[in-house]
Write a protein that binds this ligand. Structure first.
Ligand code: HMG
Ligand code: MG
Length: 286
């Protein structure tokens, strides 16, 4: 029997947060509703972050209010602090399964740029968030950014990444998604990074999150599969870009990853045709 791989669709969040033009609520909801019917089981739909920092995600409460939940799909949102948690709590609905994603960086430079604080402070802010989520029985996922390179600090050492993953998992049990934020990773460096991280977390509790800026996301996914990872974040239509590399491709495209996994004999349960339709919709938003 084919080995299952779980795809976390992050296009409506990681993709759209980077798009320069205004994207209407109706178009976001239409994209999410189409993706919900594709067999995907995890869709990241927005962020409860400061609207001054990421204006594109300012309507996440409305996105949650208007989307049509499909049974079996878990809808995730990013939460950086208690203010974000409160926003999520106010918007959350009883008729859908939700998850929050907390995020830190493996490098200090990106932590300052993305969260306006040190890594240690970002983890400290997450303590009450994870405790509150646990109390309300809301699932928590973690992200570590800049797992191979930081746009400010240069290459990230594998040990820095392992330390960051360990700090997140001290907050509570969670899958941690490893972000090659600026898409500079190579299979050899991704392998060395994963070997270090596997010392603190099992492969079953890790995910790969590759931006395709350098055109190596698919080979980096292959390197991760070889070390036992079975969950990957992707964005339909390759939505999004990298603010540090204008015009560069964004997250690795869901449809490309589905094709790769099918060719390698893995099973995702995702309908390629529906994803292709969603990719068309996504490309029309750029
Ligand atoms: P700050 O300015 O240091 O925060 O930002 P503050 O606590 O001093 O608050 C400043 C203002 O923001 C206040 O409003 C707060 O109320 C408000 P004001 O009084 O000025 O009107 N505020 C909030 N508003 C809404 N929701 C909130 C919230 N918190 C404070 N949750 C903060 C700190 C964390 C808020 C800011 O830095 C921020 O929002 N950062 C988020 C950046 C972000 O979303 N980046 C993209 C996601 S991460 C990513 O893409 C990487 C990933 O894909 C993996 C990978 O590829 O590596 C996950
Ligand atoms: Mg990302």
């Amino acid at each position: 029997m084919a080995v299952p791989v779980r795809i976390h669709e992050v296009g409506p969040r990681d993709g759209l947060q980077n798009e320069p033009g205004v994207i209407s609520l109706a178009r976001k909801v239409a994209l999410i509703d189409l993706l919900s019917r594709s067999g995907l089981r995890d869709i990241e739909v927005g962020s409860f972050v400061s609207p001054k920092w990421v204006p594109q995600m300012a309507d996440t409460d409305q996105v949650l209010a208007q989307l049509t939940p499909v049974p079996g799909v878990r809808y995730a949102v990013l939460v950086p602090n208690m203010r974000g948690w409160e926003g999520f709590l106010a918007a959350r609905r009883d008729d859908m399964v939700t998850e929050i994603a907390v995020f830190i960086s493996a490098s200090e430079g990106f932590s300052q740029s993305n969260l306006n604080c040190s890594i240690a402070e970002s983890v400290r802010r997450l303590h009450p968030v994870v405790a509150a989520a646990r109390e309300k029985k809301v699932a928590v996922r973690g992200y570590v950014s800049c797992v191979t390179d930081c746009p400010f600090d240069g290459p990230t050492s594998p040990q820095q990444v392992a330390d960051a993953v360990g700090q997140l998992r001290e907050l509570g049990p969670m899958q941690v998604s490893l972000g090659d934020t600026i898409g500079k990773g190579t299979p050899a460096r991704v392998t060395r990074m994963l070997e270090a991280v596997l010392g603190v977390a099992p492969a079953a509790e890790l995910a790969g999150h590759f931006h395709d800026t350098g055109g190596r996301a698919l080979t980096n996914i292959e390197a991760s599969l070889a070390l036992g990872l079975r969950a990957f974040d992707t964005a339909v239509g390759g939505l999004g870009g990298c603010p540090y590399a204008p015009g560069a491709p964004g997250n690795v495209a869901t449809e490309a990853v589905l094709d790769l996994l099918q060719r390698l004999g893995y099973q995702t349960g995702v309908d390629h045709d529906v994803v292709a339709q969603a990719a068309e919709l996504a490309r029309a938003m750029r």
